[in-house]
Design a protein around this ligand. Structure first.
Ligand SMILES: Cc1cc2nc3c(=O)[nH]c(=O)nc-3n(C[C@H](O)[C@H](O)[C@H](O)COP(=O)(O)OP(=O)(O)OC[C@H]3O[C@@H](n4cnc5c(N)ncnc54)[C@H](O)[C@@H]3O)c2cc1C
Length: 386
């Protein structure tokens, strides 16, 4: 067993430290508070070749794997610059196109996306279906050689900045299919297509990326827009779930580590009675516990990424990593906030805003309860509860 990163992996992990010299947490926070896409940071990450990290080199990517993507995201989050757009784009959509798209599709979309010139959002959630994806109603009905897409999606991150959306739709109604996971198709939809409209959601969470409702009214598509096979989209979709969990875990452990480092530094210097507040066990122990939990979650995240890269079953490890990382991230930011006293709630320190991000990641993209359901059923063999 070798826990050491190789030189390339270390360079990728430390990239966050480098890019943050130019675009640091203050930059991210300024953008997040204005709900403004961090374009300059995005362009920098693109120029440095990291947007297409998991895409093969022949299509403009770096040809690396899940481990490197997790390291990149953790390294950036360590510096307070978590990018949700890289979860939906770089981690979920681009590898999916690379793995399952037609040759023409790969040539058409991947080089520009890897170069950061075009953005993809990922649209699966619907207001009525929620967590129960099987219940989605957005449907692309075939007429002649065309498909006409109708329906609605919600909470779609960066829809306004995106050139394309990966839309999960039905191509057969619930009643027409033998198995409940059949009849789903993945389409690439041009955000400028006729019949597509969007409205922004007013969110409380502090993020630079905005969320949107998307409405499809007879949006015309062809088979060229399909990723993989018609009606068989669910299998492909399943493959993207573990990567999503893994990078979200990386974001949580990174944010938690940032909070703890800041708190330790502050607590070592701040004196209100005799000696620094960091000498009080009441503050030390929550920080030390959080540090332990963050590093445990980080290890589990790396294991999940390793399993995924080695084409081994990664569902259990990814789910456990995501639960542990979100919990550890929240506890870390909470413990750090306590050290900062009133300063924790000021704009200057920006810690309170990070709490909203890790708290979000307990619920989205997949909620904690569904992951516990998975572990109860798959790891412990208990009956399915829902
Ligand atoms: C900031 C943000 C960004 C997002 N970005 C995207 C995006 O880019 N693309 C996209 O498609 N979606 C996106 N989402 C949607 C997100 O994935 C969903 O909010 C999430 O899947 C939960 O769905 P829901 O909100 O409808 O909650 P519901 O399905 O209504 O669930 C509510 C709660 O019920 C509980 N629950 C539900 N089912 C079970 C069960 N079986 N067992 C136990 N408890 C259960 C959970 O605690 C859950 O939190 C985003 C959401 C947010 C808030």
């Amino acid at each position: 067993m070798n826990f050491e990163l190789n030189d390339e992996q270390r360079m990728i992990y430390e990239y966050g430290d480098q890019v943050a010299k130019k675009y640091d947490q203050h930059y991210w926070l300024k953008k997040a508070r204005k709900n403004e896409f961090p374009r300059a940071l995005w362009d920098q990450v693109s120029d440095d070749g990291f947007i297409g990290l998991m895409v093969p080199e022949e299509y403009g990517g770096a040809g690396l794997g899940m481990t490197e993507m997790a390291l990149l995201m953790e390294g950036m989050a360590n510096n307070g610059i978590p990018l949700l757009s890289m979860v939906v784009g770089s981690t979920m959509t681009l590898p999916m196109i690379a793995d399952h798209g037609s040759e023409a599709m790969k040539q058409r979309y991947l080089p520009d996306a890897c170069a950061g010139k075009t953005l993809f959002c990922f649209a699966i959630t619907e207001p009525t279906a929620g967590t129960n994806t099987i219940k989605i109603n957005t449907i692309a009905k075939k007429k002649g050689d065309r498909y006409f897409l109708n329906g609605q999606k919600t909470f779609i991150t960066s829809a306004d900045e995106s050139d394309y959306a990966l839309v999960v739709a039905r191509t057969q109604a619930h009643t027409e299919v033998a198995s409940k996971t059949e009849g789903f198709t993945l389409f690439i939809v041009d955000m400028k297509a006729k019949g597509l409209s969007m409205t922004p959601l007013e969110m409380g969470v502090v993020l630079p990326e905005r969320q949107y409702q998307l409405f499809f009214d007879d949006v015309e598509l062809t088979e060229d827009d399909v990723i993989g096979t018609i009606d068989k989209g669910f299998e492909i979709l399943f493959e993207s779930l573990n990567p999503e969990r893994i990078v979200v875990s990386s974001m949580c452990t990174g944010i938690g580590r940032l909070a703890l480092n800041r708190a330790a530094e502050y607590a070592a210097e701040r004196v209100v009675f005799n000696g620094p507040i960091g000498a009080y066990q009441g503050l030390q122990h929550p920080l030390a516990e959080s540090k332990t939990q963050i590093e445990l979650a980080s290890l589990m995240t790396r294991q999940a990424a390793w399993l995924f890269d080695h084409k081994k079953s990664a569902g259990e490890a990814s789910s456990m990593a995501k639960i542990a990382a979100a919990d550890a991230g929240m506890k870390a930011v909470d413990s750090a906030l306590q050290c900062f006293g009133g300063n924790g709630f000021t704009d200057d320190y920006g810690l309170y805003d990070m709490y909203s991000v890790v708290r979000l990641l307990k619920t989205a993209p997949i909620n904690r309860e569904m992951l516990l359901n998975y572990i109860a059923e798959k790891s412990l063999g208990l009956p399915r509860s829902y």
